[in-house]
Design a protein around this ligand. Structure first.
Ligand code: HPA
Ligand code: ZN
Length: 350
């Protein structure tokens, strides 16, 4: 879907935030551990008798000033240390799904980082069952569909990724796909080419973080060596014209996270973000929250703040929402149903 093909009625600037908030949308780039709010971190620490290196919620929140990806990851992995029991994983995912549903997210594909938990002695079963149960309950109680994508930590070894895959195989049916996250620079996609080849044989959907801080070369190798279906972030792609053409030609979606890019200093301010450039080049870009508890905003905050800063229009809003469904891993009938509802919403909005 490119801009020229979308005919959307103009919407007055003062009504745009309401349109953005109310339109149905899918979220495809959310690390569930990044949805742990400081209040829940403290509640789980108390419940589990975990000692935190922060005296209060306020002190923890005031530590959320990041200069790059690694400065965030250090705090993010520390926050996840309070997760021990199946109910903890359930409560974390439930809180996110309630919040997402309030933003009119109707479908989401959740990343989780099992190695962060298994390294602390928490079993794969505990992690996956808690998250899965929250996804099942959310469908019935909140009307939001949710599925799980297991991410390998790229700062760890290929061997550890293979061990993690082995531990996850008994729960194969509860997993939609696999991804690749954590510190990008120095950990190129090719490090995991064999793991991804195995996951492909097993029928998993494949995604990877690439071109967040790392160079366009990492996006190329994620596509050509890992054979991923979507690129998470991918904003550095605009530095490489041939890559932009490849992404547009093959309709490879980018799951862009504007507030994350702002907080991790990928762009100096939101007005400088290249989302508009990606859309204008015909790329299947989407808007997502990444780690909303750490980056100051859930889905609708990402939409409203980015639109306000960059002057995107109702036409772009439609394309972004439509892209989110087209880039999702739901089946064709579910895609059609969501896009029909989106069309109806835009027709009726005034
Ligand atoms: N990039 C890489 N790894 C991550 C991120 C991210 O934005 N969030 C959580 N893990
Ligand atoms: Zn991410």
């Amino acid at each position: 879907m490119n801009l020229a093909k979308a005919s959307v009625k103009p919407v007055a600037a003062d009504r745009l935030p309401e349109l953005l908030r109310r339109m149905p949308k899918a979220e495809l780039h959310i690390h569930i551990e990044g949805s742990l709010e400081p209040e829940l971190i403290f509640a789980l620490a108390a419940r589990n008798g975990v000692q935190l290196p922060y005296a209060s919620v306020e002190e923890l929140r005031s530590a959320y000033a990041f200069s790059n990806l690694q400065s965030f990851l250090d705090i993010y992995y520390a926050g996840a240390s309070v997760l021990l029991k199946e109910q903890d994983f359930y409560d974390m995912a439930r809180a996110y799904l309630v919040r997402a549903a309030a933003d009119n997210v109707v479908h989401t594909e959740l990343f989780f980082d099992p190695q962060t938990h298994t390294a602390r002695g928490v079993s794969m079963q505990t992690v996956i069952q808690g998250l899965h149960r929250a996804c099942v309950d959310a469908q019935g109680e909140l009307g939001i569909s949710a599925a799980l994508i297991l991410c390998f930590l790229r700062h760890l070894s290929e061997e550890e990724a293979f061990e993690t895959l082995e531990q996850a195989l008994p729960f194969r049916d509860l997993l939609l796909g696999v991804g690749l996250d954590s510190g990008e620079v120095g950990n190129p996609p090719e490090k995991f080419a064999r793991v991804f080849a195995r996951c492909r044989e097993l029928g998993f959907h494949l995604v990877a973080h690439a071109g967040e801080e790392g160079p366009p070369a990492y996006v190329w190798t994620a596509l050509d060596l890992l054979k991923v279906e979507r690129i998470d972030h991918g904003v550095q792609s605009s530095k490489d014209a041939a890559l932009m053409q490849r992404l547009a030609r093959d309709r490879i979606a980018l799951t862009v996270c504007p507030l994350s890019n702002l907080k991790l200093c990928v762009f100096p301010d939101l007005a400088s973000h290249n989302l508009r450039q990606l859309l204008d080049a015909g790329l299947v870009a989407t808007v997502n929250s990444d780690d909303p508890a750490y980056f100051g905003g859930y889905m609708n905050d990402n939409f409203t703040q980015t639109f306000a800063a960059t002057g995107l229009t109702a036409q772009h809003a439609y394309i972004l929402a439509r892209n989110s469904f087209e880039a999702s891993f739901i089946d064709a009938a579910a895609k059609r149903m969501h896009i029909d509802r989106l069309n109806e919403f835009f027709e009726k909005f005034q």
